[in-house]
Design a protein around this ligand. Structure first.
Ligand code: MRU
Length: 355
């Protein structure tokens, strides 16, 4: 992996001139550093180390990771190359456990590779490049569509929105999920007042959401996570909008740790709580949220802050990266194909063409 020059207009993930280039999210907001990932090993490391994060973006880079694997392979024929790709995909799938978009993208890429296998390595390489580009284009279109649906749910005047973590362009190929109505609304002259939870412990809200919304010129107020209740109580928020890493068939939703608390507060104060996610985030194989695997991250993310240790040595730490919001706390799940309202399970199945 190597650093490459920053582009004139920022992006999160892009395939350019045969290279997979990402904005290194660990360095934001102080430094805007772009890195070219050159092998599946680089892709694995980038996902695991949060250089690239956010469910759709993780799926995207994994898809391009298989393109890199195919290009770097010396397999003599199609089936041998497909077998290599299966091994690489199995490894990449373990980089992070919660976002189902990762295995969804890898499964889709492998299906395309298998279908092209009889045509030999060149056919597999071409098919994979086309599929990864399609996943990226579909993600952008899905963001735009979710933005449209969400805009219709927000008040016409200046809308107050509270969001948690980062579910914007940094987490996707362009519009984001939860932030999509803001990107689209700004294009149309709509005004927003956004409250961004800082999102302890890794501070995706403070570092990333605040950074990208400032770039967009949106009125953004950063709050510590424990201030959200007060902001909701003061009537400053018309809607809470968050993203998702995995949604079970009944609508239970895994998202960044702290989301459950925000959902509970929103319910108490009568504020709509919307989840924005492409249908690729719905895992219909899981009946409810209890089986969603929750990533636990290193204790240092909790015991350290502001560049130094903030807790006594030896203290016990619990550091789950995600929590699960029960479906009955969710006002609606907004997908690219429309708005799922309770009962969420039936509505999601209908939107996915399964019901
Ligand atoms: O640990 P992260 O930063 O990858 O967690 C990201 C989130 O929880 C996002 O809210 C989710 O992936 C949706 S991104 C459109």
């Amino acid at each position: 992996m190597q650093t490459v020059p920053a582009p004139a207009t920022w992006f999160s993930v892009r395939w350019q001139e045969g290279r997979l280039v990402i904005l290194d999210q660990r360095r934001l907001p102080l430094e805007e550093v772009y890195v070219a990932l050159e092998s599946p090993g680089d892709v694995f490391q980038a996902i695991r180390d949060l250089m690239v994060r956010g469910a759709p973006a993780i799926g995207l880079v994994a898809a391009w990771g298989l393109v890199l694997a195919a290009e770097g392979s010396a397999a003599p024929d199609g089936p041998a190359l497909v077998a290599e790709l299966e091994a690489v995909a199995a490894e990449l799938a373990t980089a992070r456990p919660t976002a189902v978009n990762l295995s969804w993208a890898l499964t889709r890429m492998l299906a395309r590779a298998r279908a092209a296998g009889a045509g030999g390595p060149a056919a597999v390489r071409a098919a994979l490049a086309a599929e990864a580009a399609a996943i990226q284009a579909e993600d952008e279109a899905a963001g735009r569509a979710m933005g449209e649906h969400l805009l219709a749910l927000l008040p016409e005047g200046e809308a107050g929105i509270l969001t948690h973590c980062n579910a914007g362009q940094l987490a996707t190929s362009r519009y984001g999920t939860a932030l999509a109505p803001i990107y689209l609304g700004v294009e149309r002259g709509r005004r927003f007042r956004v409250y961004a939870d800082e999102t302890r412990p890794v501070l995706q809200g403070a570092r990333l959401t605040a950074w990208e919304l400032a770039r967009l010129g949106v009125d953004t107020t950063l709050i510590c996570d424990d201030m959200a209740a007060s902001v909701l109580q003061q009537g400053k928020v018309d809607a809470v909008i968050v993203g998702a890493d995995r949604i079970a068939a009944n609508g239970d939703t895994a998202n960044k740790i702290g989301t459950l608390g925000v959902a509970l507060m929103a319910r108490y104060f009568g504020v709509p709580f919307y989840v924005a996610a492409p249908l690729s985030t719905v895992d219909f194989a899981l009946p409810d949220g209890r089986a969603i695997p929750i990533e636990e991250r290193p204790p240092e993310e909790v015991t350290e802050g502001l560049g130094r240790r903030i807790a006594p040595p030896g203290v016990k730490v619990y550091n789950p990266a995600f929590d699960v919001t029960p479906h009955d706390l969710i006002t609606a799940i907004v997908t690219e194909r429309g708005v799922a309202r309770p009962p969420l399970g039936a509505a999601l199945a209908r939107l996915a063409g399964r019901g």
